[in-house]
Design a protein around this ligand. Sequence first.
Ligand code: NAD
Ligand code: ZN
Length: 261
Amino acid sequence: MSATELAQAVEKAAQAILSARHVVALVGAGLSAESGVPTFRGPDGLWTKHGEPDLRDYERFQQDPKQWWELRISRTSQFQEMADALNNAIPNEGHFALTDLEQMGRLHHIITQNIDNLHQMAGSQAITEIHGNRTKLRCIECSARWPLDEFAMDELPPHCPHCGGIVKGDTVMFGEPIPRDALDECIAQSRMCDCMLLIGTSAVVYPAAGFPVDVRMSGGGLIEVNPNETPLTEISDIVLRAPAGQALPKVVERIRELAGA
Ligand code: NAD
Ligand code: ZN
């Protein structure tokens, strides 16, 4: 996409956001790429380079939670490259642009597939994390959540002080259902949404991949921000074919100009 085409798309995106009632951002791993966190899919994705991971994670956890916890505590991560990147990551201009948009009253909710806690670090408030948050723990029965460092780990597996259920990392494993509270919030947000930003997601993982389709079918607009084509490109009204850290601040700047005018 040429600089002129990008400028035109930025203009259209700013106007669409300004004229919408309820704007929701659906975010994927691409937003954090410029924070040094590798994506899974896409040309430089970890799975593209190393192959897909074992899909029986949750099954193993359910069979023997104690053993799962012992392994988690004792071993270094099988994706050490990912763990190092996540530990060192800080929000980039794309995360801050979303925080700005929220503070300007132009973004009402973020549905993120990321587990990296970077939206919170950037200061965003209205966030639903469909795949959980790596800095938290969660009870598999009642979905209560705690920051990792505030939970007394005096037995393995740890148990929920409220309901006695088993506690695991909040991050959703392969084969694990999306926590009901998060899924319900996403469905409610998608129903209210008349303009959805699709940022750095290859949109092949359900249920997230279905939200934009629901928005589209109820007459809402879709704005894609991604340097690469995705399955959602063809149903998007506006496409910003650029890294989120570059494109999103431009949209925010243009909205400021238009709203101030
Ligand atoms: P994905 O890895 O499947 O796809 C990433 C997408 O981001 C691709 O379409 C790619 O073109 C795009 N992209 C790359 N660089 C970009 C940039 N600078 N700006 C905008 N877009 C860019 O990601 P996904 O769709 O989110 O699915 C993978 C799953 O893995 C997620 O659901 C998530 O739970 C997990 N994951 C999380 C993190 C994280 O927390 N940061 C990182 C990797 C994977
Ligand atoms: Zn509980």
